[in-house]
Ligand binder design. Structure first.
Ligand SMILES: Nc1ncnc2c1ncn2[C@@H]1O[C@H](COP(=O)(O)OP(=O)(O)OP(=O)(O)O)[C@@H](O)[C@H]1O
Ligand SMILES: [Mg+2]
Length: 614
């Protein structure tokens, strides 16, 4: 039940709205009850010519025995019972309608606002999560939670709040009418309640479970959808449309059957209640017949009693329905709260220091690292490495050696398992995360671009980038030429992940972005896929501009980069095999020499390599 408490806590900032709607819903309940009470004088007075005009008793307040008459609310000139009753009924419906409208609006306002806040919290939590989180939770799953599950919670919250209030008050008010008419009869009719409640509670638990699996189905469906859409080219090139279509149908079928199971569970409640209602009402009618005959009850009282009883079953039915929706919301909220509660693995220490300027060096001290998801072996082992300010350090080594992993430790995408990384003598873990990452630009192997304008992509993450600065960065990255040829120049939308650009253009945008950020440390993962010659030359030149006056850790695949490096670090299976400059390593007979012969010799012939072709 604590989940429910947490959900409801989100409505706390809207207490005023909620209180007002409680009041309005109370009016709805009261108006409904009074309408039912107005049936008594219709039968006993209006339809009975023998009865006198005024006064018309509405209800008696118990304990004080204080009687409230309809006449009090009518102009003194009106004595006619029918006029008063008719006026009363119209007034009650008007009041009920208005209060219902306003109350409903307010309650939905609270529900929608609370869920919007909750969704924002979940998003903020997710966006701050570390790499590990995104590796163990698929994008589709997280998206499905933030959209579908929260949608369910939102519907439930609005329903719960609105119906819970309205139906509870209606139940109480009608209950009062019934009790006032004949309390013994009223209590007798309540005896069926357990027969209704027990099965509903049972049902609730099952509904919660069904919801959870429906939620998983929805996420799976989302997964297929997302993968097929973003991998549409692969799907087409392998002619896998039908396979994907079947995969989609299969998941959709699961979702359908789970949703149907929910409907079956949820829809059984109302006929169940109605059946018990029918039994009660028939029983009561039999009893009441004798009461009327003996004169213990008037026709009007009896009619109003029966109508109240009929109306009373509506709230009971609705309240059990709410219970089911509750369960659905709880089922849906489980994953959402799981995300909210997940501890950050890479987090800032309280009182973390700022890093105002990077001046001396980045030092790896006996660093060991293993990925949290694969705890078997160390991916990096006893790494000792110094990257002095202003140096270009090249990481080379066979695929899977740990180059990307090592580079990813610097911006703290992961924390070291043992040892430490210090920047100007300070442990990374003692620094403010934002301050640390502010000092680092990353140009990854395959850049991620947003489905936004060229300008917005270059200025990404910077709150105040002047157009002139954006243009300058583009010029330095040799991107201005192709940007100016685009239909709207800097205002052109580049498509999802930049699909409307070529590989080389994407890279130059990424370089422009890094230039604009102008961080002192640059992490560069050179693209392995070779661009066409012309693009390659442009990218190389742009990279040279980017690397000047910066401390660079570059995962190098090009001979030109390796030759320019102040230090080459050769990684092999997570360990540093060799370090040195190109000239020292190339004839040492170690791993570097072998790699060089395998990998770089061919690129000596590459006219795109700026060193070959200055
Ligand atoms: N997120 C991850 N979770 C678990 N293991 C990983 C993860 N990323 C990489 N690994 C493993 O860590 C090892 C080093 O990977 P890394 O990506 O650092 O290699 P690399 O040297 O950059 O290779 P390449 O030149 O092919 O890019 C590999 O064995 C890989 O399987
Ligand atoms: Mg790599």
């Amino acid at each position: 039940m604590s989940e429910l408490g947490r959900l409801l806590r989100y409505s706390r900032p809207y207490t005023a709205h909620l209180l007002l709607s409680v009041l309005l819903m109370a009016c709805v309940g009261a108006a409904q009850a009074l309408t039912v009470r107005l049936i008594v004088p219709i039968f006993d007075r209006v339809l009975n010519p023998a009865s006198a005009d005024s006064p018309v008793l509405l209800f008696t307040i118990p304990v004080w025995n204080y009687q409230v008459y309809l006449d009090r609310f009518m102009p003194a000139s009106v004595h006619n019972v029918w006029t008063m009753v008719a006026g009363g009924i119209l007034a009650m419906f008007a009041i009920k309608g208005l209060c219902d409208y306003a109350g409903n609006y307010l309650v939905n306002y609270v529900g929608l606002s609370a869920v919007t806040d909750l969704r924002q919290d979940v998003f903020d939590r997710v966006v701050n999560q570390d790499a590990h989180f995104f590796e163990s939770n698929s994008t589709a799953r997280v998206m499905s939670s933030i959209m579908n599950d929260l949608e369910k919670i939102q519907v439930a919250m609005s329903h719960i709040l609105a119906d819970l209030l309205r139906q509870s008050f209606t139940f109480l008010a009608l209950g009062a009418v019934v009790l006032q008419t004949d309390w013994k009869l009223a209590l007798a009719s309540l005896t069926v309640l357990p027969f209704v409640l027990v099965p509903t509670l049972r049902l609730g638990r099952r509904i919660r479970r069904t919801t959870r699996s429906a939620q998983d189905n929805a996420a799976e469906l989302n997964q297929v959808l997302q993968e097929t859409l973003s991998g549409h080219q692969v799907v087409k090139s392998f002619g896998a449309e039908e396979i994907e279509s079947n995969r989609f149908r299969d998941r959709a079928e699961h979702l359908r059957s789970n949703n149907l199971r929910y409907v079956a569970q949820q829809a059984v409640a109302s006929p169940l209640i109605e059946f018990f209602a029918a039994i009660t009402i028939v029983g009561l009618l039999t009893y009441a017949r004798t009461q009327i005959k003996s004169g213990a009850m008037s026709t009007g009282e009896f009619t109003s009693f029966v109508i109240a009883l009929f109306l009373l079953y509506e709230p009971v039915k609705r309240l059990t329905g709410i219970h089911n929706i509750f369960q659905q919301a709880l089922g849906a909220s489980q994953k959402v709260f799981e995300y909210l509660d997940r501890d950050l693995q890479v987090k800032e220490r309280p009182g973390a220091a700022r890093l105002n300027r990077f001046e001396k060096a980045i030092v790896f001290e006996k660093v060991n690292f293993r990925y949290p998801t694969s705890p078997e072996g160390l991916v990096l082992e006893s790494i000792d490495l110094e990257v002095k300010a202003g140096e270009v350090v090249a990481l080379v080594g066979p695929s899977g050696a740990g180059k990307t992993t090592l580079a990813n430790l610097v911006p703290r995408f992961y924390d070291v398992t043992d040892g430490a990384i210090r920047i100007d003598g300070k442990d990374l873990r003692d620094l403010k995360l934002a301050a640390l990452r502010d000092k680092i630009s990353i140009v990854a192997q395959d850049t991620f671009l947003f489905n936004d304008t060229v300008g917005a992509n270059i200025g990404y993450g910077l709150r105040y980038a002047l157009p002139e600065q954006v243009h300058q960065a583009a010029r330095d990255a040799l991107a201005e030429e192709f940007i100016s040829r685009m239909p709207q120049g800097y205002g052109t939308i580049i498509g999802e992940r930049g699909v409307k650009l070529s590989g080389g253009q994407r890279q130059r945008l990424a370089i422009a972005r890094a230039l604009l950020k102008n961080a002192p440390i640059l992490i560069l993962d050179e693209a392995t896929s070779h661009l066409d010659t012309e693009s390659e030359v442009l990218v190389q030149k742009a990279l040279q501009t980017l690397m000047t006056n910066r401390t660079v850790i570059v995962i190098a695949h090009r001979l030109s980069t390796v030759r320019r490096a102040d230090k080459i670090v050769v990684l092999d299976r997570g360990r540093i095999a060799e370090t040195g400059r190109h000239d020292e390593l190339v004839s040492r007979g170690g791993l570097y020499q072998r790699l060089y012969e395998l990998q770089f010799v061919t690129s000596d012939m590459n006219p795109a390599d700026p060193l070959m072709n200055p």
